[in-house]
Design a protein around this ligand. Structure first.
Ligand code: COS
Length: 390
């Protein structure tokens, strides 16, 4: 049966997340954006309320919520501020590879850390010369006695400056392309260096850093999954986390639409509120349709995961459509505000700047189309990565 009716539990979770976004995030979001302030206090409050690490299974101290549940929460938080939403949901990205493939020992240790205290973890895949082309990475991991030695540098790492541990992808066989990549957990105190905090166009409350591993030594058992199977772990991770990015796109687009609706009822031109003009009504109608369809695609991609099914194409549909929607709707919302939309005092411009990164991170809009094209032209069955037998 196809049914997107939310349960009473989901409705009350959504209300709680919305109240948190309205009372704790929105009142400070524009100041945090202006000053690029780290939202540490907000993250701690969210952690106390159980709005962080929602994805962690109960056995590792988490709430054990499903992907759909998490998407419902992420939409509300991003409605408050997607920069703060990105900071808040980043543990989900960093811990997905661990949940997918790590040994029980690593899961207990590192996922346990996130549920015992408001700590953060980061996902380190991207490098200066390896963005969309993951196989082009240069970071290496070499065995030395009873250690792995990690050498290299990762960029655009969300929460990088504040993370307690990192999931890091590195080449364990330099000549094997994507089949020579492995995934590791690297604790920050192993000697990780935080190099650069980026000054960004949007989502300025989120922290984005360059992270360097100067011959950092970690125990052999910190390999996540099997050696040289890291590429598939990364791809499976992104299948799982892209619905959350899509949900943030829905939240940002909805926020912009609401602002445009409110403004269009107040702003009078040619003797009537501009909401009476068909030109504006059609823009509002397109916004509403895009928000609605983005949410449906997001929920569909999430429900498939909750049913234990592969969701590669649905995840890319949702991520690409909701991110493009966020960009289009925020741009049109600025248009509804006219010249005032371009002025910072009117706040809608922040949403337009915030939306842009949704089309870039966790796979650009073009990479999503590439995945969709490949899955459509040549559907394939993909084996899921196995956990390492440490
Ligand atoms: N799940 C499981 N396995 C997958 C997979 C998926 N979703 N997608 C691909 N694979 C497997 C393939 O089946 C193939 O397996 P074999 O080694 O058995 O042949 C392998 O991975 C390589 O796949 P492919 O040939 O498609 O790899 P490409 O190098 O062409 O890269 C893209 C594919 C471009 C889709 C990938 O590199 C990508 O997603 N890039 C974007 C990275 C990204 O999102 N970065 C953001 C970082 S997080 S902010």
């Amino acid at each position: 049966m196809v049914d997107f009716t939310l349960t009473d539990e989901q409705l009350s979770m959504r209300e709680m997340a919305h109240d948190f976004a309205a009372n704790e995030i929105r009142p400070v979001a524009w100041d945090y954006d202006r000053d690029a302030t780290w939202p540490g206090e907000i993250l701690e409050k969210a952690w106390e309320l159980g709005l962080m690490n929602t994805h962690l299974p109960v056995e590792y101290g988490g709430a054990g919520l499903g992907t759909l549940d998490s998407c419902i929460l992420e939409e509300e938080i991003a409605w408050g501020c997607s920069g703060i939403g990105t900071s808040l949901s980043c543990n989900g990205l960093a811990s997905a590879p661990v949940l997918i493939a790590a040994s029980e020992k690593l899961k207990k240790e590192y996922l346990g850390r996130l549920s015992e205290a408001p700590l953060l973890a980061s996902f380190c895949l991207t490098e200066p010369d390896a963005g969309s082309d993951v196989s082009g990475m240069k970071t290496t991991a070499t065995r030395k006695g009873d250690k792995w030695v990690i050498s290299g540098s990762k960029c655009f790492i969300t929460n990088g400056e504040y993370a307690n541990w990192y999931t890091v992808y590195a080449k364990t066989d330099k000549d094997a392309g994507h089949r020579g990549i492995s995934c590791f957990i690297v604790p920050r105190d192993a000697g990780v260096v935080v190099d650069k905090h980026e000054d960004k166009m949007g989502q300025r409350a989120s922290n984005t850093a360059t992270i360097t591993f100067p011959e950092v030594e970690i125990p052999l058992d910190h390999l996540v999954g099997e050696e040289n199977k890291g590429f598939k772990i990364a791809m499976t991770t992104l299948d799982r986390t892209r619905p959350g990015v899509a949900a943030m796109g829905v939240g940002v687009a909805r926020a912009a639409m609401e602002m445009a609706v409110e403004y269009s009822k107040q702003r009078v031109q040619f003797g009537v509120p501009i909401a009476m003009h068909e030109a504006i009504q059609f823009m509002i109608a397109d916004m509403a349709t895009k928000v609605h369809l983005s949410r449906l695609a997001t929920w569909n991609s999430a429900v498939l995961l909750d049913q234990g099914k592969r969701n590669t194409i649905e995840s890319s549909h949702a991520k690409r459509f909701a991110a493009d929607t966020a960009m289009e709707v925020t741009t049109d919302a600025v248009q509804v505000f006219g010249g005032y939309g371009f002025i910072k005092e009117y706040k809608v411009e922040k949403l337009m700047r915030d939306a842009k990164i949704l089309q870039l991170y966790e796979g650009t809009a073009q990479i999503q189309r590439l995945v969709i094209a490949r899955e459509t032209l040549l559907p394939r069955r993909v084996e899921q990565p196995a956990a390492a037998a440490h």
